[in-house]
Unconditional design. Structure first.
Length: 316
């Protein structure tokens, strides 16, 4: 009997929210329904899958709503907002994916798991906030918010200004045992938004911290710990490119670990955009030279797994 390949999917923001629609829950659900059609195709195609998603815009909006209403109800701390985003994004995915599977005569349960991710309290990221969250602002709006609220604001890949928060590296998935227990009979939506970042005290208690973990690094850690065969990072572009946006742009079908390292050193990948995706892919293939990572767009996922498109990252 042929071995079924284990696949961890990291969904980019475009899989949850369209630039062409509003930022309402209804608009998100509409996009998620389309996303889940693609995930369902992967499942019926014979892959065992787990799903990881981002939460940058959503956690930012939850926080903004909470802070705006603070005169009426107490504002929620940042880690609680992260858990809330896991809940409602996971709810949308499990609802839509269950229906997409049922249409294909596959009745695999789908469950979302609120997941805590241990980070180190002395992670340097806490001194250098870099993860964009929430809506985009003009420079003038960003400067006013920075003066008024003391938030760190940065330009995000030429698309506008956003609030940035620390993005520490994920070290341990608290609920990994439960993910493994569910794996054989359930599609698990886990490590949503990178997981709720927590630090472990000397007494062994977990405490939430104000940060957002990069979902690509969270997906990589999950892929290692469930012994996945493939880490698939889905984004807006079909292939990774060097010299992006320049006349000599070159789309890449394959990268070895050494080639990827060289391109990173040469500065080809934007921080907060393609860079963490490539770094997560490199970390995964470095952990087991027999494994591979794939970076491609949502609509090309099946073709990429068949080797027809996408960028495949391998050890050698």
């Amino acid at each position: 009997m042929e071995k079924v390949e284990r696949l961890v999917i990291a969904l980019g923001g475009n899989a949850l929210q369209s630039k062409d629609s509003g930022s309402t829950a209804e608009a998100q659900l509409s996009v998620v329904r389309e996303t889940c059609e693609h995930i369902a195709e992967l499942s019926v195609g014979g892959y065992e899958v787990a799903v990881v998603h981002g939460n940058g815009p959503q956690v930012g909006r939850i926080l903004l709503a909470s802070e705006t209403a603070k005169e009426v109800v107490p504002a929620m701390p940042f880690d609680v907002c992260g858990a809330m985003s896991q809940g409602y994004i996971g709810y949308h995915i499990q609802q839509a994916l269950r229906y997409a599977l049922a249409k294909r005569n596959k009745n695999t349960p789908v469950v979302s798991l609120v997941t805590q991710m241990v980070v180190e309290a002395d992670d340097p990221a806490f001194q250098n906030p870099s993860k964009p969250i929430g809506p985009f602002y003009s420079r003038e709006e960003a400067e006013a918010i920075q003066r008024e609220k003391g938030y760190a604001m940065k330009e995000d890949a030429g698309r506008g200004w956003r609030r940035v928060v620390p993005s520490p590296l994920p070290r341990r998935i608290v609920e990994i045992g439960q993910v493994r227990d569910l794996w054989d009979k359930t599609i698990v939506v886990t490590c949503g938004g990178g997981g709720v970042p927590v630090v472990e005290t000397a007494q062994g208690r977990l405490e939430g911290v104000a940060a957002v973990i990069d979902k690509d690094f969270a997906a990589e850690l999950l892929a290692e710990q469930v012994d996945a065969d493939v880490l698939m990072i889905l984004t807006e572009v079909e292939k990774v490119a060097i010299n992006w946006g320049k006349p000599d742009q070159k789309d890449l079908s394959r990268m070895s670990l050494a080639e990827a390292s060289r391109y990173v050193e040469e500065g080809h990948f934007a921080p907060g955009s393609m860079l963490p995706k490539v770094q997560a892919a490199m970390k995964f293939v470095r952990s087991d030279p027999g494994k591979k990572a794939v970076i491609t767009s949502l609509d090309k996922a099946l073709d990429a797994l068949a080797g027809k498109t996408g960028t495949v990252i391998t050890f050698a």
